[in-house]
Design a binder for this molecule. Structure first.
Ligand SMILES: [Mg+2]
Length: 206
């Protein structure tokens, strides 16, 4: 692996599949029995659907999403149960959270750059303490754009006050990494927690 000469000054983390794993199948298993759909069909309705994209760009709010899915699925449960099941899909990835904690304790600024909704990020903030400890947050539902679109990366640069190779970014999606590299950021395609932790430490000269 080639090592850039420059030591990064701030580390930027994607959320899903980097700091927390998630599984919309868990939500579908709980919600489908309260609808006329089977689990697979219910999952398709929420995971990677145009509706989720609308929610994560802030074009619709969560109440509208529940409304639309209710109509399409015949969901008969409560709004509260839907929200609980829809958001209780995350589990921590301890090695990467441990890396984040080490960066914080050594005074390296960290930022979160995530395609997410208000309802999901509020849940993760309440459930997992690590979420409260970034220097700044850029989330698609607030910016109105999703990775890999340029404006969300520009928003991160403005917030952090760093750009180019001062930033080192971890994301599990190749398209998001390519967009970061195209802006001159350092970036790592996250596939394996131990490998990512070792590479970040190495680029920091630790
Ligand atoms: Mg991700």
């Amino acid at each position: 692996m080639s090592h850039p000469v420059q030591t990064p000054k701030a580390i930027v983390f994607d959320l899903g599949k980097v700091l927390v794993d998630f599984d919309y199948g868990r939500a579908a298993q709980r919600l489908a029995p309260l609808s006329r759909l089977d689990t697979d069909s219910f999952r398709q309705l929420i995971d990677q659907s145009p509706l989720l994209h609308e929610l994560e760009t802030g074009r619709i709010d969560f109440t509208s999403l529940v409304d639309i899915i209710g109509k399409e699925s015949g969901y008969q449960g409560t709004f509260e149960f839907f929200q609980e099941a829809f958001t209780d899909i995350f589990t921590e990835i301890p090695e990467v959270i441990g890396l984040h904690s080490e960066l914080r304790s050594r005074g390296i600024p960290t930022y979160l750059l995530s395609n997410t909704s208000g309802v999901a990020s509020d849940h993760v903030r309440r459930r997992f303490p690590f979420f409260g400890h970034f220097n700044g947050y850029v989330m698609s539902h607030e910016v109105g754009h999703m990775k890999p679109a340029t404006p969300i990366y520009e928003a991160l640069e403005r917030m952090a006050g760093f750009k180019g190779a001062d930033l080192l970014y971890l994301d599990d999606r190749a398209d998001n990494i390519e967009a970061a590299l195209a802006r001159g950021w350092q970036a790592l395609l996250h596939q394996d927690a131990a490998a990512s932790v070792a590479e970040v430490r190495s680029r920091l000269g630790w």
